[in-house]
Write a protein that binds this ligand. Sequence first.
Ligand code: HEC
Length: 104
Amino acid sequence: MVGDAAKGEAVFAKCKACHTIDQGGANGIGPNLFGVHGEAVAGDRGGYAFSDALKGKGGTWDDATLDAWLKNPKAFAAGTKMTFAGITDDQQRADVIAYLKSKK
Ligand code: HEC
C-alpha cells in the first residue's frame, strides 16, 4: 500500500503525546523518532531506555516491521511499554510510515 506523507503528518497527531520527530527532538514517554526508518529496533535513541521486550526483538525498522508494530504494538513485542492500541486502518498506517520515512 502506498502511503502519503502529508496525510501521515495528520495521523502522527496520535503519536505526539509521547514522541517528537524533529532532528534532535527530546525523548519523552517514547523516544524521538527522527530517522527511525532503516534503524535497528530499539537502537540508540539518545540514551532512551527501551523495554526488554523491544530490545529482545532484534531486526530493523522497515515498512513491514513498522506496519506490524503500529497495527498492534503488544502483538509485535509482548511486554512493550508503548501503551498505544495501534492503528487498524491499513491506509493510515501506510501514511504515517511514509511520514516517518520523510523525516530523515
Ligand atoms: C502513550 C505513549 C505512546 C504513543 C501514543 C505512541 N508511542 Fe511509540 N513508543 C512509546 C514508548 C513508551 C516506546 C518504547 C517502547 C518499548 O521500549 O517497549 C515507543 C516506541 C516506538 C517506536 C520504536 C522506536 C525504536 O527506536 O525502536 C516506534 C517506531 C514508535 N514508537 C512509533 C510510534 C508511532 C508512529 C506512534 C503513533 C502512531 C506511536 N509510536 C504512538 C510510546 C508511545
